[in-house]
Design a protein around this ligand. Structure first.
Ligand SMILES: Nc1ncnc2c1ncn2[C@@H]1O[C@H](COP(=O)(O)OP(=O)(O)OP(=O)(O)O)[C@@H](O)[C@H]1O
Ligand SMILES: [Mg+2]
Length: 360
């Protein structure tokens, strides 16, 4: 499906009270997810046109005046023109290109001194780099799997790493480059997978020890205080038995679709109080040491001793409005009692508090 989204301003109805003037910035998918299409894989982290429209409508329904800004190569000039017309930017853009791309729109907004939702460029770039994030976590004694970063196929596997392992591109999201073959049980399979990632995604390969326990993803909103939304558990018993227990590209974008009867997520996760407390604590500490602002979603998994280990931090979590899509962040918000608009407003309120902006 190809819907062309042009940047435009929503017309407000006469009786709508304008709360804030918000520029909503994003990257949009031009083709449907597929493992066969190069463009689909390149755009895996981008949002569907319906998602962009759904978020824009929800912002408008909250009473905000909304300007749509596609985060393309002209983004700097668009924001420069909009600077005096907007109070805040709601940013879900993945960025234009390169390994630090999620930092690009925040950096533009810093230059232009326009307030925006979410973390600053340093934290955005850091969390996109999984190995660097893990170094910071390890420094702060936050559990994360042992790992090795490979920049070439010739490097030797460290003797400290124990199979099974998982090999993933170091700087991607939305399970781009994470498929069944990412889960490796021996050196031969590892070598093949590393070759695959170097060739197809042209970037360093993060090899980690595989966490065999339950997997959760935790949505957080706010700064002081931080609200931990109900935990989402990845339901591996729902996926076909021949697939490895990983929330891969196939599982997220192909097996899990609105027409599928397979429940790939459970929210709220059925979990005992002690473990919930441990998970919440490790997530709050992770958010703090990485300087994450306003919102994020943290993926973690239990190791064989039941200790929660951080897998990665999503600074700009997916927020697909249609609940049937099982988008983790809005699902957790819904279970917490917030509809999609209320969830967006909470994230906006968090940014407004930081900037001392009034938002009604
Ligand atoms: N060390 C690990 N041990 C066990 N499973 C793992 C590990 N690393 C990743 N996985 C599995 O692979 C999935 C995707 O990994 P990861 O979260 O790093 O990728 P991503 O593309 O950044 O994901 P997202 O869609 O959340 O942006 C995880 O949700 C988990 O199921
Ligand atoms: Mg993840």
């Amino acid at each position: 499906m190809l819907i062309q989204l042009t940047d435009y301003r929503f017309d407000l109805q006469k009786d709508t009270i304008v709360k804030m003037r918000i520029a909503f910035t994003y990257n949009v998918r031009h083709v449907k997810p597929s493992l066969e299409s190069r463009q689909a894989i390149d755009e895996a982290e981008f949002d569907e046109p319906e998602t962009i429209q759904g978020i824009a409508h929800a912002l408008k329904k909250l009473g905000h005046q909304v300007f749509l800004v596609e985060a393309d190569e002209k983004a700097y000039f668009k924001f420069k023109c909009l600077r005096s017309k907007v109070d805040l930017v709601f940013n879900i853009a993945e960025g234009i290109s390169g390994s630090d791309r999620e930092a690009q729109i925040p950096a533009i907004l810093e230059i232009l001194k326009i307030p925006y939702v979410g973390s600053k460029p340093l934290a955005q770039a850091l969390c996109l780099n999984k190995a660097k994030t893990k170094e910071v976590l390890k420094y702060h004694k936050i559990p994360t799997p042992n790992f090795q970063l490979f920049t070439s196929e010739k490097e030797k596997l460290s003797l400290n790493l124990k199979f099974p392992l998982i090999a993933k591109p170091n700087a991607e999201g939305s399970s781009k480059g994470i498929c069944q073959s990412s889960f490796v049980k021996d050196e031969k399979a590892l070598k093949m997978e590393m070759k695959n990632i170097f060739q197809n995604l042209n970037q360093a390969v993060l090899v980690e020890e595989f966490l065999t326990g339950r997997e959760f993803t935790v949505a957080l909103i706010g700064n002081h205080p931080v609200e931990t939304l109900p935990l989402v558990e990845i339901n591996f018993s729902g996926i076909p038995k021949n697939l490895a227990p990983i929330d891969s590209y196939e599982v997220k974008w192909i097996i899990d679709n609105p027409n599928s009867a397979i429940e790939t997520v459970i929210c709220p996760a059925k979990i005992e109080k002690n473990l919930l407390k441990k998970i919440q604590e490790v997530c709050l500490k992770t958010k703090m040491v990485l300087d994450v602002l306003d919102w994020c979603r943290i993926d973690l998994r239990l190791n064989s001793s039941g200790i929660p280990n951080i897998i990665e931090v999503n600074q700009i979590p997916g927020i697909i409005p249609d609940l049937k899509e099982n988008s983790r962040f809005p699902l957790a918000a819904r279970v917490a009692g917030y509809n999609f608009g209320e969830m967006l407003q909470k994230i906006i309120d968090s940014a407004c508090d930081r900037y001392g902006l009034k938002n009604s």
